[in-house]
Design a protein around this ligand. Structure first.
Ligand SMILES: Nc1ncnc2c1ncn2[C@@H]1O[C@H](COP(=O)(O)OP(=O)(O)OP(=O)(O)O)[C@@H](O)[C@H]1O
Length: 316
């Protein structure tokens, strides 16, 4: 299968001060970011943050209220047609006709994009294989599981070999095994064909696992952008978590190491092995017994709490 690659190092998506206003209220508030060719870029945010609205603007499905965006240098407002030829879009509602088989749906899509019956069938079979549905192509799509429907949806977006793929919450509502399968498909598309991928997600772990770079959106504003490692290093906290046998020992440990109580454990901000060594030495010298002691690396959860002052709420 050949694929329409973007030029290495080029800005595949460019977004400048993009705004969407509904009923006088800005739901996307002048956001700016770039996605490079070949990147997997995750747009992470809680329910109602503005993720879908952004995807809809970038994919020309709704008008923008302000700012500007380009896909492979085509303007989403002035060059809508060219943009549509570059992109594949899988929205949250799959919207597939459940009476048709996976194969029929893919052939239909191929013909919509101008392929002959023979070409469309060949392409459909390749795509079914690509997303691991080759055994199920001749079954009605209504009989597919949630994960299989999402994979079919993914295949449908690939018929015209898009350069950029937009996936709006591709795994919301899926069980962990199906989620993992979608992650693998996304990685494969990116690695084998160099497809640039813009995905939105409510799942911190999904962004952490999959994305080369992450932008966090909250209440219509971009609050952070970078690799997972950069975000964690800038905003996260490495910590030692421990529980002590004797309650009365807790105060002195907290005072000595500027720690705090969190639920049933003590938390000590840590800077590498130095802190760990000091804590272990201190406990040993005072004969303080800990029932558990773990070093926790910062998570995206910490990043979100640090940036917004509130815990990240995921809904499935
Ligand atoms: N057609 C519309 N008319 C009015 N308000 C809208 C419309 N579409 C979205 N909104 C509002 O814009 C805000 C952002 O919604 P959006 O769907 O982009 O969020 P999201 O981050 O994708 O959330 P979710 O994870 O729930 O899909 C929400 O407050 C939503 O109610």
């Amino acid at each position: 299968m050949t694929w329409n690659l973007g030029k290495e190092g080029m800005k595949m998506i460019h977004v400048e001060n993009l705004t969407k206003t509904y009923d006088g209220k800005d739901v996307v508030k002048g956001i700016s970011f770039d996605v490079q060719a070949g990147e997997i870029f995750a747009f992470l945010g809680p329910n109602g943050a503005g993720k879908s609205t952004t995807v809809q603007m970038l994919t020309t499905l709704i008008p923008i209220s302000g700012g500007r965006a380009t896909i492979q240098e085509f303007d989403v407002v002035k060059q809508e047609k060219q943009v549509r030829l570059q992109i594949g879009v899988a929205l949250q509602d799959t919207g597939i006709d459940e009476d048709l088989t996976g194969l029929e749906l893919l052939v239909l899509q191929g013909k919509l994009f101008g392929l002959s019956q023979t070409e469309a069938k060949k392409r459909a079979e390749e795509l079914l294989q690509l997303v691991g549905l080759d055994q199920d192509g001749k079954r009605r799509s209504g009989t597919y599981s949630g994960g299989m429907k999402r994979r079919l949806d993914l295949a449908l977006t690939l018929v015209h070999q898009p350069t950029v793929l937009f996936l709006d919450e591709p795994t919301t509502g899926l069980d962990p095994a199906s989620r993992l399968q979608i992650w693998n498909e996304v990685r494969r598309l990116n690695e084998e064909f160099g497809t640039t991928i813009f995905l939105t997600t409510q799942y911190l772990e999904e962004a952490d696992q999959l994305a080369d770079r992450i932008a966090i959106i909250n209440e219509g504003e971009l609050i952070a952008e970078g690799t997972a490692a950069e975000l964690k290093a800038a905003n996260g906290e490495e910590r030692i978590e421990l529980t002590l046998v004797e309650k009365e020992d807790e105060r002195i440990v907290i005072e000595t190491f500027a720690g705090r109580q969190e639920k049933d454990r003590l938390v000590i901000p840590s800077r590498g092995t130095e802190t760990l060594r000091a804590v272990v030495r201190f406990l040993d010298e005072r004969k303080i017994v800990a029932t558990s002691l773990v070093v926790k690396q910062p998570s995206l959860d910490d990043v979100f709490i640090r940036l917004t002052g509130q815990a990240y709420k995921e809904e499935s």
